[in-house]
Ligand binder design. Structure first.
Ligand SMILES: [Zn+2]
Length: 189
């Protein structure tokens, strides 16, 4: 099985944002290990950048564009898009969207400095939200949609901490490199 992360950039940014892409490559390796440890599934991970050409108002890129891209690349690969736009419609409680073997989030780009903690807090957490939907769906948990969102609410509003991992993908109490939803909070099914 393959999990393929795709980072969307605008044409004029094509030489920039190297720090973010390097972070994404590390994050992909992290999620490979996280998925194996938490859900016992083996994924090969891949990372790519996709340059989005300026488009006119009537052909704005949206979630459907990404779903078509996913289908064209091959539906048996789990494609995960780190997008530079918000989904026009989603039933997720974060700025993301999922479908079978498909995930996307609105990637929050760095403002000025190279700040991996910002990327962990704003993006890595949301990626874990969408991956959790897919893992629970694959496990046949019928109420996963609700379960993930109850967990997400606890993280955002009930002071439940995200799990913190260091650059070696180990749990840490120090400054984390990666942050995820706390799967211990899920009830055993
Ligand atoms: Zn969701």
């Amino acid at each position: 099985m393959i999990l393929h992360f795709i980072f969307l950039k605008k044409e004029e940014e094509s030489d920039k944002r190297q720090f973010e892409f390097e972070y994404i490559q590390k994050m992909a390796q992290f999620f490979k290990i996280w998925i194996k440890e938490k859900f016992d599934r083996d994924y090969e991970v891949q990372c790519d950048e996709m340059v989005v050409k300026p488009s006119n108002l009537f052909r704005r890129i949206d979630t459907h564009t990404l779903i078509r891209d996913h289908e064209a690349r091959g539906k048996d690969v789990y494609h995960f898009y780190l997008a530079n736009f918000r989904p026009l419609w989603t039933d997720c409680t974060c700025e993301g969207y999922y479908a079978e073997n498909f995930g996307m989030i609105t990637w929050q780009s760095l403002k000025d400095s190279d700040d991996s903690l910002f990327l962990a807090e704003k993006n890595c957490t949301t990626v874990s939200h969408e991956i959790l939907h897919e893992m629970l769906r694959l496990a046949g948990r019928k109420k996963h949609h609700q379960e993930v969102h109850e967990l997400w609410t606890k993280h955002l509003f009930n002071q439940l901490e995200f799990e913190q991992y260091d650059e070696n993908f180990k749990l840490t109490n120090q400054k984390p490199m990666f942050l995820t939803v706390d799967t211990k909070e899920l009830k055993n099914d």
